[in-house]
Ligand binder design. Structure first.
Ligand SMILES: NC(=O)c1ccc[n+]([C@@H]2O[C@H](COP(=O)([O-])OP(=O)(O)OC[C@H]3O[C@@H](n4cnc5c(N)ncnc54)[C@H](OP(=O)(O)O)[C@@H]3O)[C@@H](O)[C@H]2O)c1
Length: 252
């Protein structure tokens, strides 16, 4: 258990962009970052779900919630550049980027794995993280204490049968994190890490384990100390690390 107690002003004056913010872990992170003072830019593929998040969050945190619908399966380079231009126009800098959105895809042996699922999972889980990181790096560089946090999985650190493109995409996410972390280590104040939240009660988990009783699975809220720590000033020395709840607790 990671018992980090985040002060309520931990993320004051920080602007954080989150992908997959319309549902699951990303939606809970958005709420938690707002509760700790951040201004948030919420990305999601469904305009309707983002508007519903906005309607719930904005009244409690006036002027601190921005929504930006973007379906990574449809997006091209110009869409990512347009997003970066909007961020550059509205904010002095970007202080945090949480790569959280992901597609599960088929859970089938590689021998039968559908080509279309392979392509879609790689597009959402890997390509979008590359395009967003690249487009938003200049805004992150302007922060005095920037963070890029990738979301991993246990199947992206040790290959596991039948997890197909999802597992392979998470290995690629770890590779992108390590590459970027090394490139930025000496030249930038941006800290880059990956975090595996572990089993969490969300739609994705239910899809992956349909027979499981959801009540037996940890709620996303329990992971928030880790996300807050990794997005806030207390993790300034943490860089290039592939973390999970156990390792983050040991490191503190
Ligand atoms: N839940 C777990 O047990 C678990 C364990 C380890 C790692 N993780 C990782 O944690 C992260 C969050 O997972 P979760 O369980 O919260 O999943 P989730 O409930 O399925 O949420 C995934 C989010 O990604 C968004 N997304 C999917 N396809 C997209 C696309 N084409 N364009 C833009 N956004 C898209 C979804 O948008 P819509 O709402 O519109 O679908 C949703 O907001 C993922 O990276 C996942 O791999 C989860």
């Amino acid at each position: 258990m990671f018992d980090y107690q985040a002060p309520s002003d931990l993320l004051n004056n920080r602007t954080i962009l989150l992908t997959g913010a319309s549902d699951g872990i990303g939606r809970v992170c958005a709420e938690s970052f707002l509760n700790h003072g951040a201004q948030v830019i919420l990305l999601g593929r469904s305009q309707e779900k983002l508007e519903s998040a906005f309607d719930a969050l904005e009244p409690l945190h006036p002027g601190r919630v921005i929504i930006h619908p973007l379906d990574f399966l449809q997006a091209d380079v110009a869409d990512y550049q347009q997003l970066a231009s909007a961020v550059n126009e509205q904010f002095d800098c970007l202080d945090g980027l949480l790569h959280n959105a992901a597609l599960l895809g088929a859970r089938t042996p590689i021998a039968y794995y559908p080509e279309q699922d392979w392509k879609q999972v790689m597009t959402v889980n890997v390509d979008a993280a590359f395009h967003l990181s690249k487009a938003l790096l200049p805004a992150l560089e302007r922060s005095s204490d920037g963070r890029i946090l990738f979301t991993s999985s246990s199947v992206g650190r040790q290959g596991r049968a039948y997890w197909g493109a999802y597992g392979v995409s998470k290995f690629a996410v770890e590779g992108l994190m390590q590459t970027l972390a090394e490139e930025l280590a000496e030249t930038s104040r941006i800290r880059v890490n990956s975090f595996n939240p572990g089993a969490t009660r969300t739609t994705m988990r239910t899809r992956a384990y349909p027979a499981e009783d959801p009540r037996s699975v940890t709620e996303a809220a329990e992971h928030m100390p880790a996300y807050l720590y990794l997005m806030g000033p207390d993790s300034a020395e943490v860089h290039g690390q592939a973390l999970d709840m156990q390792s983050i607790a040991r490191g503190k």
